[in-house]
Design a protein around this ligand. Structure first.
Ligand code: HEC
Length: 144
């Protein structure tokens, strides 16, 4: 009976990972980050009137996501995914470098929280947004 319960539990785990796993989780996190960036860019460009509290909430999302991001690249997630992963093998060859890119995103988001108006936020946001390309350039493979 005990053995049957364990086997059934393993089957259940197998079924759930077919639908969601670290690859899907990190892609969802990245998609949400892109949405967050679009919203934050509105404040940086002045399309949305500057609101310190709202901007701070958007910046906190980067801090939280940057902390979560490195945990979504376990060794068994180098390939695969419902939507095939574009994570580069370099992530696992240089996990320390990858983590430092995530840490820089977090640090730049925290620094941007000091912005007091649109002009100062625009400057800080430019620095923050440069992290997207710098990490992707180093740790993401291009899909053709
Ligand atoms: C520390 C590294 C790192 C940083 C910083 C980073 N990304 Fe990513 N991003 C990745 C990796 C790795 C992938 C590929 C994930 C995969 O396919 O498994 C990715 C994928 C994406 C994707 C595609 C998601 C999908 O559905 O496949 C988007 C959109 C994205 N990132 C947006 C952003 C934006 C916007 C920023 C900046 C605010 C950003 N990323 C910062 C590492 C990073």
């Amino acid at each position: 009976m005990k053995r049957f319960v364990i086997a059934a539990a393993l089957v259940a785990v197998g079924v759930t990972t077919a639908f969601a796993g670290p690859i899907e989780d990190r892609q969802a996190l990245m998609k949400a980050m892109a949405k967050n960036t679009k919203e934050a860019a509105g404040y940086a460009k002045g399309d949305t009137p500057f609101d310190a509290a709202k901007v701070k909430a958007l910046l906190q999302v980067y801090v939280d996501d940057a902390a979560k991001l490195p945990t979504l690249f376990p060794d068994d997630s180098k390939t695969g995914g419902t939507d095939p992963t574009t994570a580069s093998p370099k992530i696992w060859e240089d996990m320390a470098g990858f983590k430092s890119h995530a840490a820089k995103l977090s640090a730049d988001a925290t620094a941007a929280m000091g912005a007091t108006d649109q002009a100062s936020f625009a400057k800080a946001f430019g620095t923050l947004a440069s992290n997207c390309n710098s990490c992707h350039g180093a740790y993401r493979i291009k899909k053709d």
